[in-house]
Design a binder for this molecule. Structure first.
Ligand code: UD1
Ligand code: UDP
Length: 366
């Protein structure tokens, strides 16, 4: 499409985001779209709404404020997704965009893709082709369905491209690298001069561990959650744990089923901003997580990672033991922390930090 001579706008896109990692993924892409003359209407579903899970990222990363926030909030999968669908449809009918962009695999992703598909609006899926092959994960359903509705599929890894090929999806597929790598490179540089989180918590760089836990598999079973917290509290080193609201609510709900650890080295804090998180990651000795994004950031920064899950979508990070899948019980976690590993050099499997620019370029020409 030629640019509108009056506005210089080549294309109008509605971007649909709603959960913490989507604010982080969209930041570099939004900047690249603007540079390409693509006008973006930002729709926030309201899936995440606490200041520390949402607004902090807009304030810190220089993302434009959402044009609309549907304020859908929390709920069961069906209720949450259905409310998003109805709200997104209204916006798409009103805005009549040339296309939509969705990220990752949350309920906001699926709702955006379904609403657009029914209106025959082309869908761009960023972080396409990821698979855990575990259909018990709500995210697996969300990503499979989104990929099968999408016209343009931007893959962060070659594994993602081959996962799509196995499902017969080859048209519109592009390997561009990971937009989270773009974000991490850009914002880590900024973060070093802007945050004081390491001093604030009296952490010694290279001597503490960082943990994050939010998957229902780990939080929604009291004995599994308890065994994770027991393991973290038994370590000699300091462990800093920014607590995701899902985990916070579950700890409160389970009451005495979860032990208290008054004399341990475990520091539980509220979720932190992205710049603080990058600095916590870079300076940690090891990361324990079930987060997709945090596993990758550990790899980007060369920090060994233990993933408290039975599988990962990011299989490249397992190479050489940089990331290890660990059975979720106290003994297995403690054994894995103490295992000595000779780490080989890491491979540049997530692109070269230019994924966002490649995406904007392909979108402007499509
Ligand atoms: C969601 C995504 C998951 C993603 C994660 C990123 C789905 C199905 N899951 O999981 O893929 O990895 O976001 O963090 O889309 N809550 C608050 N305040 C908030 C947000 C949530 O208190 O701002 C609490 C509510 O009790 C809510 C619970 O956290 O019920 C879970 O939130 P929800 O968005 O449903 O799922 P997440 O576990 O955050
Ligand atoms: N993150 C953050 N503050 C925190 C915990 C995580 O900014 O307290 C960032 C983290 O650096 C990564 C992203 O949030 O970029 C990962 O989001 P999350 O773990 O919620 O979701 P997932 O990646 O598992 O979908």
């Amino acid at each position: 499409m030629n640019p509108d001579p009056e506005t210089n706008v080549r294309k109008r896109i509605v971007t649909i985001i709603g959960a913490r990692p989507q604010f982080i993924k969209s930041a570099p892409v939004s900047h690249a779209l603007t540079a390409e003359g693509i006008q973006e209407y930002l729709l926030h579903t309201g899936q995440h709404y606490d200041y520390g899970m949402s607004q902090v990222f807009f304030d810190e990363l220089g993302i434009q404020e959402p044009d609309i926030n549907l304020s859908v909030g929390s709920g069961t999968h069906a209720k949450q997704t259905a409310e998003m669908l109805a709200g997104i449809e209204q916006v798409l009918l009103h805005e009549q965009p040339d296309g939509i962009i969705v990220y990752g695999d949350t309920n906001s992703t699926l709702a955006g893709a379904l609403a657009a598909a029914k209106l025959d609006i082309p869908i761009t899926h960023i972080e396409a082709g990821l698979r855990s092959y575990n259909r018990a994960m709500p995210e697996e359903i969300n990503r499979v369905l989104t990929d099968h509705c999408a016209e343009l599929l931007f893959c962060p890894t070659q594994t993602a491209v081959s996962n799509l090929r196995k499902e017969g999806i080859t048209r519109g597929v592009h390997f561009v690298g990971d937009v989270m790598y773009d974000s991490a490179l850009h914002y880590a540089e900024l973060a070093s001069s802007r945050t004081h989180i390491v001093n604030e918590h009296r952490l010694t760089p290279g001597k503490y561990l960082l943990a994050t836990i939010h998957r229902p598999y780990n939080t929604d079973d009291p004995s599994r959650l308890n065994s994770i917290l027991c393991a973290l509290s038994e370590l000699d080193e300091t462990v800093i744990l920014p607590v995701h609201p899902r985990m916070k609510h579950k700890i409160a709900q389970y009451g005495s089923l979860i032990k208290e650890f008054p004399d341990s080295n475990l520091i539980m804090i509220d979720p932190v901003s992205y710049l603080d998180m990058l600095i916590l990651e870079k300076n940690s000795k090891m990361i324990l997580t079930d987060s997709g994004g945090v596993q990758k950031e550990a790899y980007f920064f060369g920090v060994p990672c233990l993933t408290l899950r039975t599988e990962t979508e990011w299989i490249e990070t397992l190479e050489g033991g940089w990331n290890r899948l660990v059975q979720v019980d106290s003994t297995s976690i403690l054994d894995a922390v103490h295992q000595e590993i000779d780490y080989p050099p890491r491979l540049p499997v997530f692109g070269d930090g230019n994924a966002s620019r490649l995406i904007a370029d392909i979108l402007s020409r499509s």
